[in-house]
Design a protein around this ligand. Sequence first.
Ligand SMILES: *Cc1c(COP(=O)(O)O)cnc(C)c1O
Length: 396
Amino acid sequence: MSKYSMSTTLIHGTSHEKKPYNALQMPIFQTSTYEFNSTKNGAEIFAGQAPGYAYLRIGSPTVSMVEEKLAALENTEGAVAFGSGMGAITATLTTFLKAGDRCVVDKAIYGCTFELFAHKLTAFGIAVEFIDFTDMKAVRKALRKKTTLVYFETISNPTMKVVDIEKVSAYAHDKYPDCLVVVDNTFATGLSCKPHDLGADIVVHSATKYLNGHGDLLAGFACANADLAMQIRVVGLKDVTGAVPGPQEAFLLNRGLKTLPLRMEKHSANAMKVAKFLEANENIESVYYVGLKSHPQYKIAKKELALTGGMIAFEPKTAEIAENILNNVELCTLAVSLGDCETLIEHPGSMTHSTYTEEEMINAGFTKKLIRLSVGLECADDIIADLAQAIEKATK
Ligand SMILES: *Cc1c(COP(=O)(O)O)cnc(C)c1O
């Protein structure tokens, strides 16, 4: 635990050790392996009984530094860094699941995670049931059958619905004390919401998004208590996926983390202005933003999220108009991913969530009319003016 506040900790870390050569920044340790002083020393490092590093897949100083910051940010004892969000998710799931297990998973989640649960884990003999975790009746019904793991997102990609993490975690643990509650906290980040404090066992992240914030790398994390984090590191990371981040990625990610509080404040303020503009626009049928009173889980969002963040989803009247809006933006960039300085706009139905069939999309609560917007750090008036002109052209 750091005695400093989160914004200080994200700059300095928690260990406060001097860096090699007293450098201000932790250098990039571009090395795949480390020399042992003796066989005894090598054996001890491998057994975790002596300090030091052995091999880049198991750990390195540049990577350890960002892991320390993530554990502080999510208030967990451990954090394991990965080469991507999907690496973190796959490693976490394969660490704990085996044939015959059963998972209950939210219907509206990131497209590749959906694909992993719907078609890959099932192929390994793991049963998966998709439900809506904002519906406690559905949660209670699904958990009548013995459940090994439940999985959902703090703010769902792409529908922006908000799950009551405290309620769902308490219910799952009450029914099955060993059931693992895994939450993808990518959209909220630990600055806005700490799922582990609310009862979740494991918090996973795509650090490619807000945590790095500059659209120049892929990374991921799994954060949990010391025991679960160690299992994820030695099984899911070391033996199964090998999905480690490189030292360069860790260095850049460390730089990004320093400004996370500043960026999240601005993303939130900008997105609130943009969401209000969209809500007032007569050509837009619906707007989904956790900061709007019209959001279906506004009360839960108020309780659970300290910041409203930069993610908005909205729908014009038809899928054709949606396509026209996407093709007429000038400042907003037509691109997937999110959480960057630049405002990014995309079409979940044919891009991030194209792993869903049309029927599965409707079942999950979205259609091809839906546009997903990651509001960036530009001047909000410029973003609004661009959306206004694109909507006008698209509806003419
Ligand atoms: C992008 C994303 C992922 C996957 O992360 P990568 O870093 O692209 O592998 C997982 N979950 C959510 C919510 C995402 O937005």
